[in-house]
Design a protein around this ligand. Sequence first.
Ligand SMILES: [Fe+2]
Ligand SMILES: [Fe+2]
Length: 166
Amino acid sequence: MYIKISKEVQEQYRNDVEKILNNPDFQKLRFYRQHNWTNRLMHSINVSYLSWWIARKFGCNEKAAARAGLLHDFCLYDFSETPPDGEFQSFFHPKVAAENSIEHFDITEKERDAILSHMFPLGPLPNSKEAWIISFADKICATAELCSIAIALARRGKVKFVPNPA
Ligand SMILES: [Fe+2]
Ligand SMILES: [Fe+2]
């Protein structure tokens, strides 16, 4: 499958996320339901774009915001499962997302820390501007999604899922 982001979306953003977006393991996020009506892949794309947009407005590292936003929930299991050690999922899944991201992509320390702290105040304090942005964007997207409001790139078909050419 190839994920195509509309040319209406800034080229810089498309370039920053293309490699992660078209990784077959990352694309498996589409199989997990998130916030009632959307899936984890679309949620992650929304958090990524909103984080990138805010980071750009405030002169922060927009590439780190876009990438960590995309990877913040990179967990290939259902969040209704209880973690093996009985820990709350809110505290557990950022660690799994960070581990998966390290395993699959060459992420920076800043990106890793932002993934780990995205559930703040359930979890560690964000320690960079980009980490604060991702934590904020995640809450905005989750709230909109829970209310069935299409925001960011979920609106007007800006993301297309195209089968790979034979
Ligand atoms: Fe999360
Ligand atoms: Fe999330």
